[in-house]
Design a protein around this ligand. Structure first.
Ligand SMILES: [Zn+2]
Length: 201
């Protein structure tokens, strides 16, 4: 007799939820069972996911999110300095830096960092669009606001070589960020100081 398992639709959803970051098989199972308990939990989630898929896209320039059909407030903001571009790993880092109030330039979301162990190569990141921006716009300085862990340092070194070859100044956030951590571990004042005290590479 085959071992008893959940019906296939449940198995399928558990398999999907397992692919989400931070969720192992047990927590994926717990999430799915919770959704099915009580009633009324599935539809709002389906609705929100559908709305997300229909309405939200990434800006082709900076990589931050915007509602389809609307201008990117970060790229098109009238008070932003187009000569400065700040490179971050994730869209969430843009919000952190914006809240620190330290930066008035443009952003560029890489979508991750180089990590051979996780099979993340330069082709997986938004590096080509970054080079295209530097080549076609009046960018004078690129600030590498990637984390100070091993992968972040490797990413910064790789980008520094490429960007310097394009004749643009490259700088790195000052010390003060948690060693080995990303921007998500820093408070706003620390971010402000790290940006103000950035050093040229
Ligand atoms: Zn944008």
């Amino acid at each position: 007799m085959p071992a008893l398992d959940y019906p296939p639709p449940l198995q399928r959803l558990i398999a999907q939820v397992r692919t989400l970051p931070g969720l192992g098989p047990r927590s994926a199972e717990r999430v799915v069972l919770w959704l099915l308990q009580g009633g009324g939990r599935v539809e709002p989630l389906v609705d929100a996911l559908q709305h997300l898929a229909d309405r939200v896209e990434a800006c082709g320039e900076c990589g931050f999110f915007l509602e389809r059909g609307q201008d990117c407030v970060l790229c098109r903001g009238p008070k932003r300095n187009p000569r400065l571009v700040c490179v971050v790993e994730q869209a969430a880092d843009v919000l952190r830096l914006e809240r620190s109030g330290a930066f008035q330039g443009l952003y560029h979301v890489l979508g991750g960092k180089l990590s051979p162990l996780d099979n993340v190569t330069p082709e997986d990141l938004r590096i080509e669009p970054l080079l295209a921006r530097v080549k076609t716009r009046q960018v004078e300085e690129v600030i590498l606001a990637v984390g100070s862990d091993v992968e972040g340092e490797a990413t910064a070194g790789y980008l520094n070589d490429l960007l310097r070859a394009e004749g643009v100044a490259v700088s790195r956030l000052a010390q003060g960020l948690p060693a080995g951590g990303g921007l998500d571990h820093a408070d706003e004042l620390t971010l402000y100081q790290a940006l103000s005290g950035r050093r040229r590479l």
